[in-house]
Ligand binder design. Sequence first.
Ligand code: HEC
Length: 218
Amino acid sequence: MTRITAAALLGISGLILAGCRQDMHDQPKFIPLRMSDFFADKRSARPMVEGTVARGQLKEDTYFYTGKIGTQEGDVMPFPVTADVLARGQQRYNIYCSPCHSELGDGNGMIVQRGLRRPPSYHTDRLRKAPIGHFFDVMTNGFGAMPDYATQIPVADRWAISAYIRALQLSQNAQQADVPAGMQVVPESQLTSTVPATNTPGSGATEPPKQVKGGETK
Ligand code: HEC
């Protein structure tokens, strides 16, 4: 008797379980690229709605991504230049650009010294006057013999490098008037004439060596 009950229970639960499985297996769905009779073109995968934008690819801020206003290279940074931005730009510049352009930007980088084609110096009138968007554009699309760096350098870093190149240019072509009041360096000629000699670096700290009389040293 108990055996029959047990067998019946087993049979019933088996049926119930099988019933559950059946629905899961036969649900109406298309696996990727499977044919369909439902749509006229027989494709189950539907074309994208016009104007669909993939996540993270909206690129709404055109200037940030192209450096251009219309077809013209722009001359403004798309975000504020802080000390952090410049430090980042310097670090990225030294990694990606200095091998050819040199850390100074004069075009005399290490692989140029070993024979690669020499790029122009950044310290020419033409490139000093070039809008900042030009540097961004050169990195984004390449320029003549120079390949683009769009895949290696993210957009914000390309701007940081552009800002740093501006700083490099200023560093090689600065006037006294560019320095904020109170931070101007006094020219050396004035230093020696107005400051007492004992206060100038290197002269006051150590006493002149004492004269040793001939007999005392030996
Ligand atoms: C492999 C060497 C090499 C590297 C690395 C390199 N450049 Fe250049 N770059 C060149 C050469 C060569 C030219 C000259 C191209 C020409 O005139 O055909 C050039 C030209 C330029 C110019 C001048 C464009 C003009 O208007 O004349 C700029 C600006 C510039 N590069 C920026 C950069 C920046 C920024 C980086 C780093 C992201 C970089 N380059 C990395 C080789 C290089």
